[in-house]
Design a protein around this ligand. Structure first.
Ligand SMILES: [Zn+2]
Ligand SMILES: [Zn+2]
Length: 299
């Protein structure tokens, strides 16, 4: 899968950084995490096709995370083909989307399905055969949820071993794919001896929040942890006041969650140079990078 970061500024766009939105390409399906103002244009510049977007996961209803929604929905609806858009978000998402739709006059060709999350712990909000998405409540100034995109493990059949033992390919092999033992010409082939597991990848997104245990839960074992870090440690009091985390706290979350790689985002516009923010995190979690607009991460 490939993640394209479309905005890394907090609250307002700057010349170098747009506000929050992130495009995850999973086998050609477009999955958007947040949709700040200017998302469409960022997608144009980033070479992404908005008509591929099938799901949008919203973290909270602050403008810098949702203001691009109405324009995006409108443009997706300009095409003749029917388009179904699944939108997920915290409580009140249904009410707010319907207000948005009412705010503009356009042909409603996009069928929008909305699912609100009000999780008590870590909860699954979506699942298909390839992946599932979990949510958890975070600690921001309004209802805010973090997300965890989990690719399912895959069973790989050891075809060459089977061939060496005289087994021909055919529908009988399906049983191994399903995790069961296979019987071929009267002989039992144990699943564990003829398959191996390819671990699925995990992408976690911790958006605007104060520090707390749920930040770690949603980030557990993430291959890529995208985490807000509005402030450097020197402004930790300001971070507490505004219910944000510092880059040092982001690094602590990555470390406690056993994440493999941390990408920082949602920087206060006071930082024209991101070095202080990045260095604070790297002291604790060395495999950290500062996100930038149009950064692409393949994993
Ligand atoms: Zn924000
Ligand atoms: Zn916010």
């Amino acid at each position: 899968m490939k993640l394209t970061i479309l905005g890394t500024s907090c609250m307002v766009p700057t010349k170098e950084r747009n506000v929050s939105s992130h495009y995850l390409d999973y086998k050609g399906e477009g999955i958007l995490f947040d949709c700040g103002e200017g998302t469409q244009r960022q997608m144009n510049i980033g070479g992404l096709n908005r008509h591929k977007i099938k799901k949008i996961f919203l973290t909270h209803w602050h403008g810098d995370h949702v203001s691009g929604l109405i324009g995006l929905i409108q443009t997706i609806g300009n095409k003749e083909e029917a388009h179904v858009l699944d939108i997920f978000g915290p409580k009140e998402t249904k009410k707010r989307i319907s207000s948005l739709i009412e705010s503009c006059d356009f042909q409603k060709k996009v069928e929008i399905k909305i699912k609100e999350a009000n999780p008590r712990g870590l909860e699954k909000i979506y699942e298909n055969k390839d992946y599932f998405v979990e949510v958890i409540n975070l600690y921001h100034s309004i209802p805010t949820i973090g997300y965890r995109f989990v690719e399912k493990d895959k069973i790989k059949i050891r075809i060459s071993k089977l061939k060496r033992e005289g087994v021909k390919e055919g529908p009988h092999i399906k049983r191994l794919q399903e995790g069961k033992d296979m019987i071929y010409k009267g002989k039992t082939y144990k699943n564990k001896d003829y398959t191996s597991v390819i671990k699925g990848k995990i992408f976690s997104y911790v958006p605007d929040t104060a520090y707390g245990p749920n930040c770690v839960k949603i980030a557990e074992n993430a291959d890529i942890l995208l985490c807000e870090s509005t402030f450097a440690h020197s402004l930790s009091e300001k971070a507490k006041e505004t219910k944000h985390i510092t880059s040092r706290e982001a690094a602590q979350i990555a470390s406690q969650a056993n994440a493999k790689k941390l990408i920082l985002t949602h920087f206060s516009q006071r930082y024209t140079e991101i070095k202080e923010v990045l260095d604070d995190a790297k002291d604790i979690f060395p495999n950290t990078e500062a996100g930038f607009d149009f950064m692409k991460v393949v994993f």
